[in-house]
Design a protein around this ligand. Structure first.
Ligand code: FE2
Length: 427
């Protein structure tokens, strides 16, 4: 007997009127509604021919700084540099409790929006590691509903900031799972190289994944991704290392970029672009034309690399916008990357579902038997419509339990004597 049978669902791959059987939190049966309609189940759920998808995964976020825009004052210039200065000013006033409370508020919002896994960087520049303590507590508290993967992130530089190396090791000893870095922010390119070597050696010794903020710059000579790829091979970390941002690749010479991408393929480096942030923070020194700043997403996908879109920021010192919405993130990525071809639209949807799941090392991405029943039901017929409409999250399932529901977006219009109903899926 199944715990739950979800009927009349559209799948992201285009299959329609499908059904999913769920038992003990896992998908156990997948087939057409006709095939599975007679399966005995304790509960049935009618998906109403809406899109049922693997839940969203946000592969790049900062939970310790989210929802702090305006503290201690708004970022007037909107630049990366003013954001870093504001965050440094704000940090000493933060308490473990306040970080924990705002992170918990964000996690609830994210779950309601269908995000059931987040890789969050946590700043380890503070010797007290209050943010690490707070986010580890939030990770435990939300474990039944949300996978939080923490990255030890030396925001102020691994070599540039006194004590960062010791703090990073302590954070790992406390249970932080992934090694972070920020080579382009070290004092010199040479120190950036040293930081990459130190971090990759540590990852190899401890058997941990790596995810570095890398080359978040418009400078085509910011080439730390090359060093990161080379050290990935040197330390045998293929498939375990992610380059986040990589915005300098946008401005690189095409010949150099082609050679670099070959090396990235050899190293099996994963890539995370953050389109909302890249489009707003990069190109700031340009007059016109202004560069978009996002890394070469379609080309990196075509090369066969695993590429995800991350959210990075929601209402923090760097970014006053954001809404815990991965469809908004992918919608921006699609536009910035000019990915309007129909296969590319599907790739943009995969970049917020299956691809980030693979980067985080989550089990069994996709709607297949054996996969966790971590699902989102959208007020849309297919992924293209979900992206276009930033569709309402009608239901969110964690291991087959419905944990969030949102009413469909339907407007009632009265135009004189005429009454109309506008359903966003079929206007
Ligand atoms: Fe980031």
């Amino acid at each position: 007997m199944l715990d739950l049978l979800i009927r009349h669902a559209n799948f992201p791959d285009g299959q329609q009127d499908m059904a999913l059987g769920i038992k003990d939190g896992l998908i156990t049966q997948v087939g057409s509604d006709i095939e599975l309609s007679e399966c005995p189940a304790a509960q049935a759920f009618d998906a109403g021919h809406h899109l049922l998808s693997q839940a969203f995964v946000d592969a790049h976020f900062h939970l310790d700084s989210a929802q702090r825009f305006g503290q201690p004052r708004p970022n007037q210039s909107g630049t990366l540099r003013e954001g870093i200065a504001l965050w440094a000013e704000l940090k000493p006033s933060l308490t473990r409790e306040s970080i924990e409370q705002s992170a918990a508020n964000y996690c609830r919002w994210a779950i309601a929006n269908g995000i059931l896994a987040i890789r969050t960087h946590v700043d380890i520049s503070d010797p007290q590691l209050l943010a690490v303590e707070a986010l580890l507590a939030v990770r435990e508290r939300f474990k039944p509903w949300l996978t939080l993967q923490l990255v030890a992130f030396p925001q102020d530089g691994l070599l540039r900031h006194p004590g960062a190396q010791e703090n990073l090791i302590r954070a790992l000893d406390m249970g932080v799972a992934v090694i972070g870095g920020i080579p382009h922010f070290e004092r010199t390119a040479n120190e950036g190289t040293q930081s990459i070597e130190w971090l990759c050696r540590l990852a190899a010794e401890r058997g941990l994944m790596v995810d570095m903020h890398c080359d978040e710059s418009d400078d085509p000579n910011s080439r730390h991704i090359e060093t990161l790829a080379a050290n990935t091979i040197r330390f045998g970390l293929q498939g375990q290392v992610t380059g986040s941002h990589l915005t300098s690749m946008h401005s690189m010479d095409n010949d150099y970029a082609a050679k670099l991408m070959d090396l990235m393929v050899q190293a099996d480096i994963h890539v995370i672009a953050n389109p909302l942030i890249n489009i707003t923070l990069q190109g700031r020194h340009d007059t016109y034309p202004k560069r978009r700043g996002m890394t070469r997403v379609p080309e990196l996908m075509a090369a066969g690399l695993t590429v995800a879109f991350g959210q990075d920021c929601v209402m923090d010192p760097w970014y006053s916008m954001g809404s815990a919405d991965m469809l908004e993130v992918a919608h921006m990525g699609l536009h910035v990357g000019q990915m309007t071809g129909q296969t590319q639209v599907q790739q943009c949807y995969a970049a917020i579902t299956t691809e980030p799941a693979a980067i985080l090392g989550l089990p069994h991405p996709g709607l297949v038997p054996g996969a966790p029943a971590d699902l989102v039901l959208l007020q849309a017929s297919d992924p293209a419509q979900a992206l276009r409409l930033r569709a309402a999250r009608l239901a969110v399932f964690k291991q087959g339990q419905c944990i969030a529901q949102t009413p469909p977006r339907i407007a009632e219009l009265t135009l004189g004597a005429d009454k109309h109903q506008i359903d966003w899926r079929r206007p």
